[in-house]
Design a binder for this molecule. Structure first.
Ligand SMILES: [Zn+2]
Length: 445
């Protein structure tokens, strides 16, 4: 079955913008991209842009209602203890309610694929239900390999029915300060896509490298210091590669940058999270120049503090230009490329998604700029990046199927269910026993 969509502009990402463009979809894939004169107008979107669906390379859907939790806390142990206590107050059903809202917010932001780190596995269920493409990396922590693998098997089995061609299973050894080398190696042996967090902050690097810095007082929450940086540790043991996506990579030197590039490791750049947690600004321009497989992620609302992908795009542009002290270091068109094809490369999915070219999956977003100061058109990429917002997303398609249409979700029900879970986390039932302080298991960034 064939379907044609057209708009004022089509931005294929691979190839120049097409004015009065059209996209032909057949059997869930892109059959042709060109002008509406050539291909027909089909369903026509006025004052709008059709582009590949955004790819959010780093999310934690199950933290969708964590906005503002622990904001501004400078003490790592206090911050993590707060999260552990609150998470202990909810169960599987609540995780799914929260993740379902997170998946809806992503689709409503024009995102059609995510790379999600999920400690409960609820993200897989939510993505399967809502039709969001995902790699759901089931999260493990600690130095106890059998215990971590048992947790992994348990959550994989619980979410088993959710995994499909559209929702891939992966594994996420959390980070080199919370996961031992032996557990990283055991995860690699699973043969799945891998997500991890690397060099998010100077405090983390000081601990991993020398057991020093503000985190050295909390060794019981962490694994033993590696004596080298996370990038070097993983590279030395052949644990990097195209199947790995590393979130953050803020505090890296030139040699580490070279290692990430030469191993073709994916990188998820999360500038709002990094700024909110006081971690710094990752060397995005340097990574791009070096040819890194770098994309964009929101991380979780605990830090970001939302899944609003347009806010993330603006932060990508602004932080890159501020860091380089140059306005031309990253254009709007380059930002869109990072957020689509770049993120697809970071997740090693670029042969299937990330650009509008015949043969790829028909994953696309329609963004309207009607009534905005960006019309009449000058630069459609700048209009989307600088003027876009979730309420300007008209539709999002995955495999050619409309998975979101403006106003189309039962937002009230989704939100009410997720907010019940947030309320339970904030206010434990009267007389409830205080939750046990569990081991590190629940970072939210
Ligand atoms: Zn994260």
């Amino acid at each position: 079955m064939s379907q044609v969509l057209s708009a004022d502009w089509v931005l294929p990402i691979e190839g120049p913008p097409i004015e009065r463009g059209a996209v032909v979809i057949e059997d869930g894939r892109i059959a042709a991209v060109g002008t509406a004169d050539e291909l027909g107008a089909g369903v026509r979107y006025e004052d709008a842009v059709i582009l590949p669906g955004f790819v959010n390379a780093h999310t934690h859907l199950e933290y969708a209602v964590y906005a503002g939790f622990g904001d501004g806390l400078g003490d790592f142990a206090e911050w993590i203890t707060l999260h552990v206590q609150r998470k202990a107050r909810i169960g599987w059903e609540e995780y799914v309610d929260i993740a379902r809202l997170g998946a809806a917010l992503c689709l409503g932001s024009g995102v059609t694929t995510i790379g999600d780190c999920s400690y409960s596995g609820a993200a897989a269920v939510a993505c399967a239900e809502l039709g969001l493409r995902a790699t759901v990396y089931l999260e493990v922590f600690g130095a106890d390999v059998p215990r971590a693998l048992e947790h992994f098997a348990r959550i994989r089995d619980r979410a088993q029915d959710a995994f499909s061609d559209r929702v891939r299973a992966g594994v996420s050894p959390h980070a080199p300060y919370t996961v031992s080398l032996e557990l990283y190696q055991a995860c690699a042996e699973l043969g799945l896509p891998v997500a991890t967090h690397i060099s998010e902050s100077a405090s983390e690097v000081a601990y991993v490298l020398r057991g020093e810095g503000p985190w050295s007082g909390y060794r019981e929450l962490l694994v033993e210091p590696a004596g080298t940086t996370g990038t070097r540790l993983l590279a030395a043991h052949d644990l990097l590669g195209r199947h790995v996506v590393a979130a953050h990579c803020v505090v890296i030197d030139d040699e580490e940058l070279g290692v990430l590039v030469s191993t073709e490791t994916g990188i998820a750049h999360c500038p709002r999270s990094n700024a909110a947690l006081g971690c710094g600004v990752a060397p995005l321009a340097e990574l791009r120049v070096a040819g890194a497989r770098v994309g964009v992620g929101t991380d979780s609302p605990a830090s970001a503090p939302s899944f609003d992908f347009f806010e993330e795009l603006r932060s990508v542009v602004l932080t890159a230009r501020a860091r380089a002290e140059r306005p031309d270091v990253l254009s709007a068109a380059e930002t869109l490329e990072l957020a689509t094809l770049g993120s697809a490369r970071a997740l090693d999915l670029d042969s299937e998604i990330g650009s509008l070219v015949p043969g790829k999956r028909a994953d696309l977003a329609v963004v309207s700029l009607a009534g905005s100061p960006f019309l009449p058109w000058e630069d459609p990429a700048a209009a989307v990046v600088l003027g876009g917002s979730p309420d300007r997303v008209v539709a999002a398609f995955v495999d050619g199927e409309p998975r979101y249409e403006r106003g189309g979700f039962e937002w009230h029900e989704l939100t009410a269910a997720a907010l019940r879970a947030r309320r339970a986390m904030l206010a434990p039932p009267a007389g409830a026993a205080p939750p046990e302080a569990a081991a590190v298991g629940q970072r939210a960034s």
